[in-house]
Design a protein around this ligand. Structure first.
Ligand code: G2I
Length: 452
């Protein structure tokens, strides 16, 4: 995602007389509100993502997932055991739902994960396969799943967790059957199935410089030398309170220097329960340290949290007695960690979170020789719209050629877009996104958008 600029249009006209009176009386102080994390991140050209559970994407959970994040990772929905529980019988429902939600909210999707030792269907793990059969199964799985979402997913975690802690290869179904080259084969198959997706290897305990991350480093180096398609490494970052590795930024940098992107893919920071204010303060500092390490390296594309709320975290069931690992508590109240993330992204200076406004955010989603695709997202929080109109002025001669989900006209440099008949309403906590193609020449700066 390219940087975007957000313009906040306070829709005073939407306030009822009573609410306006309250504001004047100061009972509900009008405060400048911080933009959501996704706008702060987009302005820095970074991804701020979250893992999600498809069945929960309604109500407050859906509102926050759509409002605060510009990327989603299905927490479980795309794993082999989820999509093909019985050989040849596919269940794409949750994965499709998450991709549709992301597209409706102008979010990237990180596909997770194709080749792993865990959460595989029992027909696969209990089967007895020759190496040729196993290779075929892996290739077919990748072709089917990556092919299904071709052109729609930004990224795939192609191979997950290939290493032991000492840097040797993990003895998995794949390694035992195909040897270490299963990794190159999987990446090659994924590239063939979707040439536009960024292909990653993802692992945990590889955040600092250590034996495991060095093994990953050596693998990526050799894959690059061999010309195997590898675009990035995912550092999961399932961290323990107070234990952000001091070599995190150095480690990110050494991968970047190999010519690959780096993403923090599964950040959470767990603590012994119950939480208290000292622990939450430490956690905020830890979140900020991770954000800052990524922000300091241009090839670190961004950070994804492994669940944004403590009510949707894998920690308590896996580490009994531990939890509170995410930026929102179980009741969706932002914790100090949320504020720390916002601050690291240049926000977090005001309180409380957005209460009475709708905002329009312009971003360029892809760009080539003379053309580009862009989108505008209109999001409301504490307010709502029954129709909308946005405008901007192009500063470098850009010319719209086509728009969808809005009717747009351009006169000289001035563009005006208004809602289509079917997306006039932007509910409180909801958003509408429309897209367009345009041409550009020389430069393609992001204009300031006005709403209202
Ligand atoms: O284990 C934490 C993460 C480590 N890196 C790879 C990730 O894919 C992994 O995610 C977790 C999910 O967050 C959990 O939700 O992977 C776990 C499995 O290794 C997931 O747990 C499983 C439970 O084990 C199942 O009992 C449950 O049916 O979640 C399933 C769906 O809720």
């Amino acid at each position: 995602m390219r940087p975007s600029r957000s313009s906040r249009a306070r829709l005073a006209a939407l306030l009822t007389g009573a609410a306006a009176l309250l504001l004047t009386l100061g009972a509900t102080p009008a405060q400048a509100a911080d933009p959501p994390l996704r706008d702060l991140a987009a302005a820095k050209g970074k991804v701020m993502g979250t893992a999600v559970t498809g069945s929960k994407l309604t109500g407050t959970y859906g509102d926050i997932a759509g409002r605060e994040f510009n990327a989603l990772t299905p927490g479980n929905a795309m794993k082999w055991g989820s999509v093909e529980p019985t050989r040849g019988t596919f269940n794409w429902a949750e994965a499709d739902q998450i991709v549709a939600f992301a597209e409706a909210h102008g979010q990237q999707v990180r596909g997770h994960t194709l080749v792993w030792h865990s959460q595989n269907p029992s027909w696969l793990t209990n089967g007895s396969w020759t190496p040729a059969q196993l290779g075929q199964l892996m290739n077919d799985h990748i072709a089917t799943e990556v092919g299904r979402y071709k052109g729609r997913l930004a990224t795939w975690d192609v191979v997950n967790e290939p290493f032991n802690e000492d840097g040797t290869y993990r003895q998995t179904l794949w390694y035992n059957g195909l040897g270490a080259d299963y990794i190159a084969q999987a990446l090659t198959a994924a590239r063939a199935a979707d040439p536009s997706a960024k292909l990653y290897i993802n692992d945990y305990n590889v955040e600092g410089v250590n034996a495991k991350s060095t093994a990953l480093y050596n693998l990526v180096k050799s894959l690059k030398e061999r010309g195997v398609p590898i675009d990035g490494v995912g550092l999961q970052a399932h961290l323990i309170l107070g234990q952000v590795p001091s070599t995190l930024q150095q480690n990110i940098q050494r991968f970047a220097d190999l010519g690959v992107d780096v993403a923090i893919t599964e950040l959470d920071i767990r603590m012994q329960l119950p939480s208290d204010s000292a622990k939450l303060t430490q956690q905020a500092a830890d979140y900020k340290a991770v954000m800052n390490a990524c922000l300091a390296v241009s090839r670190c594309v961004g950070v994804t949290v492994w669940g944004f709320t403590d009510s949707d975290s894998w920690i308590p069931s896996t580490f009994p007695g531990q939890g509170a690992a995410t930026p929102y508590d179980e009741n969706y109240a932002p914790k100090p960690a949320y504020r720390a993330i916002a601050e690291s992204l240049g926000g977090g200076t005001t309180t409380p979170p957005p209460m009475d406004e709708c905002t329009a955010t312009y971003s360029v989603t892809s760009q080539w020789n003379t053309g580009f695709t862009g989108q505008v997202r209109i999001a409301c929080s504490g307010a709502a719209l029954s129709s909308w109109k946005v405008g901007w002025t192009y500063g470098a001669g850009q010319q719209l050629t086509q728009a969808w989900n809005a009717s747009c006209t351009q006169s000289g440099a001035a563009v005006t877009c208004s809602n289509a008949s079917y997306n006039a309403t932007v509910p409180d906590g909801g958003s509408v996104t429309f897209g367009f193609n345009g041409s550009w020449n020389g430069s393609n700066p992001v204009p300031t958008v006005t709403l209202g």
